[in-house]
Design a protein around this ligand. Structure first.
Ligand code: NAD
Length: 399
C-alpha cells in the first residue's frame, strides 16, 4: 500500500531498458509483476531462502521478451480512442499504435498526421478483414458501440490478431460466448477493456480483501454513474446499439467493484430501475440499483445511472472499513481507511497499464488481468439484473 509519506518507492519505478540482464534488473522487472506488499514479502522471503533465486531465470527470460513492442490497431475512433487510448499508447512500454480502422474518411488524415500512421495501415469497416495480412498489427482493440463488439472481435480473431474488446464485452451472454470461442479457435488471446483491473488502487482493494486486513467484508457499496448530457441521438440511448442503458455503461464497473470489494462471485440479485425522466429514458435504463448476494452472506448494493453521479467503492468489514472515492473514473483515484490512513498511489494512465499488461500476457505469459471469461461473467450478472427488474423478483446467478 502506498500511504502518503511512504518512502519505499524507488525500486518499483525503474524500468529495465538494458539488454544485459542483471540481478537487480530482474528484481526490478519482477517488482512490476507484484504489488508492493507482496513484492516486499517476496524479497524478505528471498533473503532468508530461495524464493527470489528460483524465480530469476523465468523473470530474466520474461524481461528479454518485453523489449518488443506489439502493434495495436484501434477500431472506432470516437471519444474513448481519441481522448484516452491513443494518448495512452504514447506512454505504453510494450505496445504502440500502428493502425486505425474508421468509417469516417476525414479522420484518416488527421490521425495519420498526428500519430504517424502510414496509409497502408488505415482500414475501414469493409476492408477491415485485410488486416490479417498486416504484420505490423498484433492486437486489434475494438472500441465501437457495444452491439458491434462481437462482430469485430470475431473478425479480428479470424484475422489471427489478439483482441481487446471494450466493455461491456457484448450485448448478450451468447455473444460473449461466441467471442471466446472464436479467439480459442484462432488461438489468439482475448481481453476486455477493464482498465481498472490493471491499476494500483483496485489491486490494493483486492489485497486488503485477500489478506483480510480488516477481517471479512460484511457490506459493500459500489456507485459508478455519470450524467450523460442531452444528446438523445447518441448510440448509448439506443438499445439496438448499446444493449441497454447505464447498466451496460458504468454499471459493469459497479458490478466489478462489488465483486472485488467482497472477493467472491455473487449467487443472486434483486434489482430495481428508476427514472426521473421517463419520457426520455424510454429505450434504455436511466438509473438502476441492485443488491448482489454472496455465498458468505455479504450483500453489495450497486448503483449506476446516466442521470446522476457516483464514483465510490465502500467496504465495511469485521474490524473496520475502507473506501475508494474516486473508484471508477480515469484517475487520479483516492482512498482512505477507518484507521485514518489515506490510500494514495502515483497516478499513471490506467489505459497504458491495461494495454501493457495485455501485451505482457501475450509476450511472456503473465496473468491476463481481464480475460474474456470475466466479461462473460459480468454479462451473466447484467442479464440477471435485467431479469430481476422485469420479473420484480430475486434471481439466482449460476456462475
Ligand atoms: P463514441 O460514440 O465516442 O465512438 C464510437 C465510435 O464508433 C465512433 O468513432 C463512431 O464513428 C463509430 N461507429 C461506427 N458505427 C457506429 C454506429 N452505428 N453508431 C455510432 N457510432 C458508430 O463512443 P465511445 O465513448 O468511444 O465508446 C466506444 C466503446 O468504448 C463503447 O463500447 C464504450 O462502452 C467503451 N468505452 C469504455 C470506456 C472505459 O472506461 N473502458 C470508456 C468509454 C467508452
Amino acid at each position: 500500500m502506498n500511504f502518503k509519506n511512504s518512502t519505499n518507492t524507488s525500486i518499483e519505478n525503474k524500468h529495465n531498458k538494458s539488454v544485459a540482464i542483471t540481478f537487480i534488473q530482474c528484481i526490478d522487472f519482477m517488482s512490476n509483476q507484484l504489488n508492493r506488499r507482496s513484492f516486499n514479502k517476496q524479497i524478505i522471503k528471498g533473503i532468508g531462502g530461495l524464493t527470489i533465486a528460483s524465480s530469476l531465470p523465468m523473470a530474466c527470460a520474461m524481461a528479454k521478451n518485453e523489449d518488443r513492442k506489439l502493434g495495436v490497431a484501434l477500431v472506432g475512433l470516437g471519444y474513448y480512442s481519441q481522448g484516452l487510448l491513443a494518448p495512452a499508447l504514447q506512454e505504453t512500454k510494450h505496445c504502440k499504435l500502428t493502425a486505425i480502422v474508421t468509417g469516417t474518411k476525414a479522420k484518416e488524415e488527421v490521425w495519420s498526421k498526428q500519430y504517424d500512421i502510414p496509409k497502408r495501415n488505415i482500414y475501414n469497416y469493409e476492408n477491415f478483414d485485410d488486416i490479417a495480412d498486416n504484420k505490423e498489427v498484433d492486437i486489434v482493440y475494438v472500441v465501437l458501440p457495444n452491439s458491434m463488439h462481437a462482430d469485430f472481435s470475431i473478425r479480428a480473431a479470424k484475422a489471427g490478431k489478439h483482441v481487446i474488446c471494450e466493455k461491456p464485452m457484448a450485448v448478450s451472454v451468447e455473444e460473449c460466448d461466441s467471442i471466446i470461442s472464436a479467439c480459442k479457435q484462432a488461438n489468439v488471446k482475448l481481453s476486455v477493456g477493464y482498465r481498472l483491473q490493471s491499476e494500483p488502487y483496485t489491486q490494493e482493494v483486492k489485497r486488503l480483501i485477500r489478506e483480510e486486513t480488516f477481517g471479512k467484508p460484511r457490506y459493500v457499496s459500489a456507485e459508478a454513474a455519470y450524467v450523460s448530457g442531452n444528446n438523445w441521438e447518441q448510440w448509448r440511448f439506443n438499445k439496438k446499439l448499446s444493449g441497454g442503458g447505464a447498466l451496460m455503461n458504468m454499471g459493469v464497473y459497479a458490478i466489478q467493484g462489488a465483486i472485488y470489494g467482497v472477493g467472491e462471485n455473487p449467487i443472486a440479485v434483486t434489482a430495481q430501475e428508476f427514472s426521473t425522466m421517463p419520457q426520455k429514458y424510454k429505450d434504455t435504463d436511466e438509473t438502476i440499483t441492485a443488491q448482489l448476494e454472496f455465498p458468505g452472506g455479504t450483500v453489495a448494493n450497486i448503483f449506476t445511472s446516466h442521470h446522476a453521479k457516483g464514483d465510490r467503492l465502500y467496504v465495511s468489514a469485521e474490524k473496520g472499513w475502507f473506501e475508494l472515492d474516486k473508484a471508477f473514473s480515469y484517475g487520479p483515484l483516492h482512498g482512505r481507511t477507518s484507521e485514518g490512513k489515506e490510500i494514495v498511489f502515483p497516478h499513471t494512465s490506467q489505459q497504458a497499464l491495461q494495454m501493457d499488461d495485455f501485451a505482457s500476457h501475450i509476450l511472456n505469459g503473465t496473468e491476463n488481468k481481464a480475460p474474456g471469461k470475466m466479461g462473460l461473467r459480468d454479462m451473466k450478472i447484467v442479464e440477471a439484473i435485467y431479469q430481476s427488474i422485469a420479473k420484480k423478483k430475486r434471481v439466482a446467478i449460476n456462475l
